[in-house]
Design a protein. Structure first.
Ligand SMILES: Nc1ncnc2c1ncn2[C@@H]1O[C@H](COP(=O)(O)OP(=O)(O)OP(=O)(O)O)[C@@H](O)[C@H]1O
Length: 843
């Protein structure tokens, strides 16, 4: 009877699937977006999560242990009785599983057709879909989900799903499809955004969290990237792939040790703008970490920790699946792990869910295979009643807001006419009005007018904006004057490669000065101004100068002409003036990042000096990071000043307390000499003066305690700010180095190649690629395009995206190598020379 029921269900499912496929995708979406209710297909028999098994190809398939059924759905496992079981051996020896399909010796294309194609086309019709790969480490989960990123033919489910979506979208005439992408990694129960910019990926501030919102579960802080074509989406996938945490492992050297969730968000709307409805859905593609046993992997240290996290989260996933499959269960344990929490609305329920269980065919892995098949069966029991997400009116909410704004504007106009305030305007400023405000601000600054009349909020905002522009211009001017006059010239002339270290050392000293003693705090301002304020001769803090002297003597470099002590004192005054002009004398402690100059730079010096280039970089490409650096620096200086002031206050409180204690002692002495009075309880009666002294002392003690706590807090904050500043400085310098190498500096032989008659024609090859001539991916791509692509036109986006990712990686490697060889003059970077690119010919 059970088998009959199963059969009926299967037939029903197949019929529905056929019906879905028969109907034109676009017309289904149009129907959903229209105001008429979609007919039929309302009362479907409950579906289940589909479970497929994919066997990794092997030459040693254990035929006697793993038997694949001829129906291509059943699989039997046979394990010989343990000889240790004795005469009465009841342990089970064979197991039989029936799932939705076996994928044995199946191509990637076939896997996609069987597992994902229908789910993806239903996602375009508003159904959420989830595909999850589960299995032992190295069994082929990533191969199934992503495939090989170097070969088009072996691409996995994700690139194929992307292709299908964009292909369908291009065929729709009346429906507009918007696609967005996110890529989340769960590693040791921590969430990572694989597509976040490098700067923010590991940042504490960028920490992600799983939130249960009214619209479902989402990951707060996860970046979601709009993509307009296949190549762009694939490039994001490849980029995310390179960011995955890879760890050495005895079973699989490139084994991924994390769960990865690639999500494609789809939004369909009618091109007919009178229809404001929008249909949203998402496809969640999950590549789980390997379900290996700790004892078998023989891992230790970090990998063992990873494995224990993986096993825990997979066991929570199993518990979740068991609970989902049990209709009587009221509580579903979603929150047990990050993985299960993130997948709360992606398993079963209203969404189409497919599980691919990857297994090995070899005898040695049969136990894991058995446990993977058990998981697949459990998952197969989970019921799912997929329903499309309801279309919603996006523009409608915008319209409501627009109407409200209009109403409020009218109310304001009425209010103003009642209060006789006709100058009030609520429209954006025109160019002429902006120009007028600018001229007013300039007049105000020159003293031509004494006040700027306030008209409305927009005008006030514009006035402030203009002030900011002028302030920024002045800051830059003053800064470049300072740099060109003092700091930079020294750096060029001394060619000191250790200046950067010295800066860091000095900062450390500043830090200690701030947190230790008050006297140190006194000196801090002086020491802090060294880099800018002191003459070019001594970028070394005073305390360090003596220690460094001997080293300097030994150094073969001759000191720059400005190294005499006398000149140092002379050059101090104008710098101080400039500082005051810039920030009211606040520029005291933390120096600007200085460029680590190098010997090879001396040899390969381009017409633009490195420091000039740095100035330019800060104003243009590095403007934002430089601004952040400066902001952080200001905050740090303010905190240090406050800390200084609090320390002084504490000292003065201490002195006052000492004085009061002395006065109290004197008062006591006097009382004893004059004879003291006692009350009925035998307690000494003190006079008013002594009482007021005691109260004062108590008050001072409280103040002292509060001050001390504030000082402690400030110390912690200063330390934190300092770390931020260090990070910022390093980032600014490294970004500059890359930019500089890319835009200004070219190795001699590359320059030669660029000369007329050389191998490269200027302007034809981007400079970043000039650095890796030995790996011309572009050329390879063009060659492949000419020969093989006509047979496989669909692969263009795939290879273009792959090439883009390869180029980026090669460029990053080259730049890293460039930075390393700074001390070897004239060397051409040969990044990647040893290792060929993973770009393979089209097959
Ligand atoms: N069906 C297959 N055909 C060809 N090669 C395969 C197949 N399945 C897996 N492989 C190869 O086996 C190796 C391991 O596969 P893969 O990285 O996909 O395993 P995994 O299950 O994702 O491992 P992990 O759990 O460590 O992430 C890869 O080199 C992959 O190319």
């Amino acid at each position: 009877k059970f088998q009959e029921q199963e059969k009926e269900k299967e037939q029903e499912q197949e019929q529905e699937q056929e019906q879905d496929e028969d109907q034109d995708e676009e017309s289904i979406i149009s129907l959903l977006l229209s105001d008429t209710e979609p007919k039929g297909k309302k009362h479907r028999a409950p579906k289940r999560v589909l479970a497929f098994v994919r066997v990794k190809p092997t030459a040693h398939f254990a035929q006697d242990m793993i038997r694949l059924g001829s129906d291509n759905k059943s699989i039997e496992i046979y394990i010989q009785k343990s000889p240790r079981g004795g005469a009465v051996n009841n342990s089970q020896t064979d197991w039989s599983f029936k799932l939705d399909g076996l994928l044995h010796n199946t191509s990637q294309e076939m896997v996609y057709e069987t597992v994902a194609k229908g789910l993806v086309s239903r996602a375009l019709q508003g159904y959420n879909g989830t595909i999850m790969c589960y299995g032992q480490t190295g069994a082929g989960k990533t191969y199934t989900m992503t495939g090989t990123t170097s070969e088009y033919r072996n691409r996995g489910i994700i690139p194929r799903a992307i292709q299908q979506i964009f292909k369908s979208a291009a065929e729709f005439l009346n429906i507009m499809v918007t696609v967005r992408i996110s890529y989340l990694e769960i590693y040791n129960e921590a969430l990572f955004d694989l597509l976040a910019p490098a700067l923010g990926r590991g940042c504490k501030e960028n920490q992600l969290s799983v939130i249960d919102g009214p619209q479902g579960v989402y990951v707060k802080g996860l970046s979601i990237h709009p993509v307009s074509h296949e190549e762009e989406a694939l490039h994001l996938l490849f980029e995310g792939e390179t960011n995955r945490v890879i760890s050495e492992h005895s079973l699989n050297k490139n084994s991924s040790r994390s769960h990865c969730i690639f999500t494609i968000y789809i939004e369909c709307r009618s091109r007919d703008y009178t229809n404001h409805k929008c249909l949203k859905s998402k496809i969640t593609l999950i590549d789980l970490a390997g379900s290996e046993r700790l004892s078998k992997t023989g891992s230790d240290g970090q990998v063992r920790v990873e494995a224990s996290y993986i096993n825990k989260s997979l066991s929570f996933l199993e518990q979740l699946v068991i609970a989902l499959a049990d209709p009587k269960r009221e509580h579903i344990p979603f929150r047990q792990s990050k993985l299960t929490h993130v997948l709360k609305d992606s398993l079963g329920g209203k969404c189409n869910t497919v599980l691919v269980t990857n297994i090995y065919g070899e005898a040695e892995h049969v136990e894991e295979t058995l446990s993977s098949l058990r998981f697949a069966t459990r998952m197969n029991w989970v019921t799912a009643e997929p329903v499309p997400n309801g279309p919603f009116y996006q523009e409608a909410s915008v319209k409501v807001l627009e109407e409200e704004i209009q109403l409020l504007k009218q109310e304001l106009i009425m209010q103003n006419s009642l209060t006789d305030n006709s100058l009030m305007s609520y429209n954006p400023l025109t160019t002429a009005q902006r120009a007028e405000i600018k001229s007013q601000v300039q007049k105000y600054l020159r003293g031509v007018i004494e006040e700027i009349d306030i008209v409305n909020v927009r005008q006030i905002q514009e006035v402030f904006r203009q002030f900011k522009v002028i302030l920024n211009q002045q800051e830059e001017e003053v800064e470049s004057r300072l740099w060109s006059k003092y700091g930079l010239r020294y750096m060029i002339e001394s060619g000191s490669s250790s200046s950067f270290d010295l800066c860091l050392e000095k900062e450390q000293e500043d830090m200690e000065g701030t947190t230790d003693k008050d006297e140190d705090l006194e000196q801090e301002d002086d020491a802090g101004t060294l880099e800018i304020e002191s003459p070019p001769t001594s970028p070394i803090p005073r305390g360090k100068r003596e220690a460094k002297k001997d080293d300097e003597k030994e150094s073969s470099r001759s000191p720059p002409p400005e190294t005499s002590q006398d000149e140092s004192s002379q050059s101090k005054t104008p710098t101080t003036d400039l500082e005051e002009e810039e920030e009211g004398g606040d520029q005291d402690s933390d120096e600007e990042p200085t460029i680590p100059s190098s010997e090879d730079f001396q040899n390969l010096r381009p017409p633009v000096s490195k420091q000039e280039a740095f100035e330019l970089f800060k104003k243009v490409t590095g403007q934002e990071i430089h601004r952040i650096f400066r902001d952080n620096k200001r905050i740090l200086i303010a905190k240090k000043k406050r800390s200084h002031a609090v320390a002084q206050e504490i000292n003065s409180l201490k002195q006052q307390m000492e004085a009061i204690k002395e006065a109290l002692e004197a008062q006591k002495q006097k009382r004893r000499q004059e004879g003291q009075y006692m009350d009925e309880k035998g307690q000494v009666i003190i006079d008013e003066e002594e009482f007021s002294l005691i109260l004062k002392l108590k008050g001072l003690k409280e103040e002292h305690r509060a001050g001390f706590t504030e000082l402690q807090d400030l110390k912690a904050e200063i330390q934190y700010c300092q770390q931020l500043l260090d990070k910022c400085r390093k980032r600014l310098i490294s970004e500059f180095e890359i930019w500089y190498n890319e835009n200004v500096r070219l190795p001699k032989d590359v320059k030669k190649a660029l000369e007329p008659g050389g191998n490269i024609r200027p302007g034809m090859v981007p400079l970043k690629r000039v650095m890796c001539l030995d790996e011309d991916v572009q050329d390879k791509f063009e060659r492949v395009q000419e020969t093989a692509l006509p047979d496989c036109p669909g692969s263009v986006s795939f290879y273009k995206a792959r090439m883009k990712t390869d180029q980026k990686q090669t460029f990053n490697r080259t730049m890293a190598a460039l930075r390393k060889i700074h001390r070897k003059p004239g060397l051409v970077p040969a990044a990647g020379k040893k290792k060929g690119l993973s770009f393979l010919p089209l097959t």
